[in-house]
Write a protein that binds this ligand. Structure first.
Ligand SMILES: [Fe+2]
Ligand SMILES: [Fe+2]
Length: 189
């Protein structure tokens, strides 16, 4: 999919604020691609598309999980977790976006997972640090990325904060997020 077509697709589908967030994630991801030696086009496209299913109906998301044999554990979660894997599936099967890097980047942008691919790592982090994000600790993550250039440590710190947030809110935790935490705890330097 061309960037222009992707931008149009997202602009038509999502509320203005979410569209603008998507563009900021894409721009941040493209900048990070330059730092970490990733494919800029893939990073930009994955950034644009990552939240495509953000506001889809939960029932239809569950139908995608079943129809395309996605991880059945997802059926215990809400759209906050599901919108990634569902958007990746819709892009692959309904919009002809066949690229594996983009698929994984969209699919796991909320959960993370162990041994993420480079584009996948970049989207996971870019979503957290795009310029309008102002959650506590985001400045530290930006420093890890743009000054220390330590992507794995940034992933670890983001996952740790995500887990803390979920625990504080008494929310369930997806196995893959815990596995992500354990893996990047092990490999970070
Ligand atoms: Fe998202
Ligand atoms: Fe996002």
């Amino acid at each position: 999919m061309k960037h222009k077509a992707a931008l149009k697709l997202i602009e038509d589908k999502l509320p203005k604020k979410r569209y603008e967030h998507s563009v900021r994630v894409a721009e941040t991801a493209k900048e990070m691609a330059g730092i970490f030696g990733a494919n800029r086009d893939k990073c930009y496209l994955a950034g644009i598309l990552h939240d495509y299913s953000k506001y889809d109906d939960l029932g239809s998301m569950y139908q995608y999980v079943t129809k395309y044999n996605l991880d059945s554990a997802l059926l215990a979660f809400n759209s906050e977790l599901l919108h990634g894997p569902v958007a990746a599936t819709i892009m692959r099967f309904e919009h002809g976006v066949k690229d594996e890097d983009i698929y994984y980047a969209i699919a796991n942008h909320t959960s993370g997972r162990p041994q993420m691919l480079l584009v996948e790592k970049i989207i996971y982090v870019a979503d957290y640090i795009e310029p309008e994000r102002d959650q506590p600790g985001v400045g530290e993550i930006r420093k890890l990325v743009f000054e220390d250039k330590n992507l794995d440590l940034a992933i670890y710190e983001i996952t740790k904060m995500t887990l803390k947030h979920l625990l504080k809110k008494n929310r369930p935790i997806y196995n893959r997020t815990i596995e992500c935490y354990n893996y990047y705890n092990m490999v970070k330097e």
